[in-house]
Write a protein that binds this ligand. Sequence first.
Ligand SMILES: Nc1ncnc2c1ncn2[C@@H]1O[C@H](COP(=O)(O)OP(=O)(O)OP(=O)(O)O)[C@@H](O)[C@H]1O
Length: 451
Amino acid sequence: MTAFTVALVLVVAAAGLLRWRRPAWYWLTFGVTLAALRVLIRYASVMDACGLTVPPSRWRLALARIADRPAPDSRVPRILRLRPTRTGLVLRLKLRPGQDAFDVAAASDRLRHSFSMYGVTSREVRSGVVELRLTGYDVLKRVQMPAKTDPRPMRVPVALREDGSVHYRDYRAVPHALTLGATESGKSVYQRNLVAGLAPMDVALVGIDCKQGVELFPLARRFSALADNPDTAAELLDALVDHMQGVYQLIRAEQRISVAVPDADIAADIWDLPEELRPVPVVVLVDEVAELALFANKEEEKRRDRIITALVRLAQLGRAAGIYLEICGQRFGSELGKGITMLRAQLTGRTAHRVNDETSANMAFGDISPDAVLAAIQIPAELRGVAIAGDFTGGWHRIRAPHTSLRQAVNVCNKHADRTPALPVLEPFRPAVAAPSAPRVPLSKAAPVTA
Ligand SMILES: Nc1ncnc2c1ncn2[C@@H]1O[C@H](COP(=O)(O)OP(=O)(O)OP(=O)(O)O)[C@@H](O)[C@H]1O
């Protein structure tokens, strides 16, 4: 008996310690079983308390009256499946007649308290079937990406969502994106994760980093072209527009051939082209975009207009040619001059890290989802890297990318340097990589760094 008591105390102490220090391990060892039991035992009473029941059907009431039995209980949504995951539980429910997915979504906070879970989100799987994702602990506190994700071309598992699922940046579904955030909010870490995710893929990376290349140049071995100042950026973007026109010519030439062949598929974008003809897709990463839109004199204003026009053209026409934009900055609104709101309308993927004011949050989500604006304003300053990600469907999620250091991203880029495609139009912008033995120069003697 004493040995049993000691063992029990030790197990409870171990569980408590794990729950406090290592919530992910606690969940896998004890939490998942306890939570599943809690949900199953409390299910009917919680549904009743949360107003998620419907009265018994008329014929059951009539039968009870005829048989002189007490009136039957209200009916709860039927559990179709309860599946444990690495971070929580997934509960699939069949709704009763008269219930809808909105009822469940509206009750999610009450369900969270009642089931003692960290978070509850819901989505409609199909008509009458709702999936509840119950999260066991704060998965965004220390982000650990699952070892296995669902790999597909041009789809990067870039962050974790608060419901424990993986957040993908899918370039084919959402070609162009805007990432906003105040300084030190986590934009560069997010962008680094994207580059590290894209590095092993068959894709050309093009970078424009007007912070003198501080963010992207260390990753240069995996980049086909880099620009670190607005003048080079203007030339690079013009070259990309030329590349885009070349790809369109290729698609047209292929269409001319397939039109003559009965029943042949007709290519509408690069993904419809035969693999041997398909040009490599290009992801253009722009850091601190405001630097490209600012000007102090007439010359710079002309350059600015040239840059914004090229970006708008790439955003409007680039998708079919396999050119995708990933634009990053602190603010991105009409205050940056003409053409900016037109460009923003094309950047349908939106990610907002912590912002300093409501106006900045509106720049990210004002035209997409008012709820997401509110969520972006509420990101706490101490949780760097937490962001709200949404798209043109109005749906949004709280996400956080894993804390990838610059060293880790550089290692991934160096490892996959041999996958860097050489595009002829981008050759003049190919970054020069310094030899490891290059001498270090103090600031007072340093010459400006060029691409
Ligand atoms: N996902 C994350 N998880 C944990 N810490 C993070 C995360 N993202 C960022 N941080 C922390 O926040 C700091 C600032 O991040 P980052 O450099 O990405 O911000 P930024 O928005 O690019 O800032 P700036 O605009 O000044 O360059 C990082 O040094 C890192 O310590």
